[in-house]
Design a protein around this ligand. Sequence first.
Ligand code: FMN
Length: 211
Amino acid sequence: MKTLLHIIASPRGDLSRTLGISHAFLKTFQESHPSWKIDTLDLSEEKLPSLTAKEVSGKYVLLSGKELSPDLKEAWSAILKHINRFLAADIYLITTPMWNFSIPYMLKQYIDIIAQPNYLFKYTSSGTVEGLAKNKKMFVMMSRGGEYSAPSSQSKDFQEPYLRTVFEFVGITDITFVKAEPMDVKKDLREERLEKAKMVAVEIAKKAVSS
Ligand SMILES: Cc1cc2nc3c(=O)[nH]c(=O)nc-3n(C[C@H](O)[C@H](O)[C@H](O)COP(=O)(O)O)c2cc1C
């Protein structure tokens, strides 16, 4: 069964503007693609594994070209579960507000957990990187309090460029971003911009599989 993994990085539940955009996407996606399974990973509800010295040492074992020892595999069981869940998906939907010009810490923690050598990427003998999450698509729904579209403020946006960089690094090159802004700075624009983003999300959802 084909799977869409919905990764939620706003803790605001029904109050989340970004989740509102994602729900518009999902409603149309499910109508257009009823056979797909939707797997929801709410990062505010999930107890994500920590990366302490032991877990991090596993990363360096893999980077040195060795296998994880049984002891490290045990310490890595929660990490491997998240990696397998991520790799089992065909399409990703990420719901993320901007937090301090970038992404909420729980999404960063999740990325630090899953972006592991030999699983999501590998270095080739010639020193280049090969992303291992191949033939997948990603849709990122974002909202921000301020506005970052003008050339003068684009350089402050570390959300979209970061997500594009890290997911391209692991092999996901087909990424579509939908953003609603400004949500807090100019309140009179909020509803209009949010509705516009939802409309864009609906159109994208119709073509999510074939395009
Ligand atoms: C901890 C925190 C940090 C934020 N940092 C920024 C920021 O750097 N730039 C910005 O434009 N908005 C920032 N915001 C505002 C949110 O991006 C904005 O309100 C967004 O619409 C919230 O989305 P949500 O309702 O889906 O959670 C921040 C909000 C919070 C809670």
